[in-house]
Design a protein around this ligand. Structure first.
Ligand SMILES: Cc1cc2nc3c(=O)[nH]c(=O)nc-3n(C[C@H](O)[C@H](O)[C@H](O)COP(=O)(O)OP(=O)(O)OC[C@H]3O[C@@H](n4cnc5c(N)ncnc54)[C@H](O)[C@@H]3O)c2cc1C
Length: 239
């Protein structure tokens, strides 16, 4: 079976964890009931049934080897039907979804260095790929640029720091656009740091995930920099 030809199905699960992990993001875990496991790849998404005719897409943040309990990071701040639905759910409640979906998959066959550029919950597919492949030969040298606004918006920072200290081939670079406190790290737009700190963009695969403005801006600048279109991979969460 090819990695990208997994047929999506409908799954029944229960919400097994719901924890606020930043000013606006919840970590949610779905424990599968029927079928009890799902085969998926790093970068796949699921489509959650919120109400008749209303679905919301969520990227899987868990590594594919965790095929019975799936992890999501969910920004509830738009507070539309999706955010309200999650806030109203209790641990133990049933959840139904369709999955796995999408084509924004980590390219396991590429020999190139991977640059992962995320804003907000756009970090989900990168956590999945890093946790799955860093312990293997499959993950090439990689850098995660993680853009958020304020200190209180940061999440999973400890997890990425831990991965970067365990695997020398992985570098973690959080960037805050509007820090309010004594943040001593990078300040500004995440995309500017990619251009300042990467010397050989043409020889990288560049994965962009999160808000539309960042993705559009990065895409145009990368093309202007001579990065081949096929090395730029995009997953837009919202415009
Ligand atoms: C392929 C894909 C994967 C996705 N994966 C995730 C994920 O892993 N985690 C996650 O939190 N969201 C993810 N999203 C976004 C998610 O599907 C919803 O759009 C989002 O949760 C808003 O739903 P809502 O019903 O609360 O608000 P809506 O009523 O749908 O949206 C209200 C408005 O907020 C905008 N908006 C949506 N998301 C944000 C945001 N994060 N910040 C600011 N404005 C926003 C919308 O464009 C819209 O204008 C993904 C979207 C796609 C297309």
């Amino acid at each position: 079976m090819s990695r990208i030809s997994i047929k999506p199905s409908r799954y029944k699960a229960i919400l097994s964890k719901k924890e606020k992990i930043s000013s606006k993001v919840y970590e949610a875990r779905l424990t599968l009931v029927d079928p009890p496991v799902m085969t998926y790849c790093a970068g796949h998404t699921i489509m959650i049934y919120i109400a008749p005719g209303i679905n919301r897409s969520m990227s899987l943040a868990s590594p594919p080897r965790e095929n019975h309990e799936l992890t999501l990071c969910w920004d509830v701040s738009p507070m539309g039907p999706g955010g309200q639905w999650l806030l109203a759910r209790q641990v133990g409640d049933p959840v139904e979804f369709m999955g796995p979906l999408g084509v924004f998959l980590y390219d396991v066959e590429s020999p190139r260095k991977a640059l992962f550029v995320a804003t907000g919950t756009g970090v989900a597919p990168f956590k999945s790929a890093l946790e799955e492949f860093l312990p293997t030969e499959i993950m090439k040298p990689s850098v995660l640029y993680f853009g958020l606004r304020h200190e209180e918006d940061l999440f999973w920072q400890d997890r990425f720091v831990e991965l970067s200290s365990r695997y020398s081939s992985f570098v973690f670079k959080p960037v805050l656009s509007q820090p309010r406190g004594s943040w001593a790290g990078r300040v500004g737009h995440v995309q500017d740091y990619v251009f300042q700190e990467e010397s050989d963009l043409q020889s990288c695969d560049i994965y962009l995930c999160g808000n539309g403005k960042m993705i559009e801006d990065m895409h145009a600048r990368l093309l202007a920099h001579g990065v081949p279109e096929q090395q730029i991979k995009k997953e837009l969460f919202f415009k």
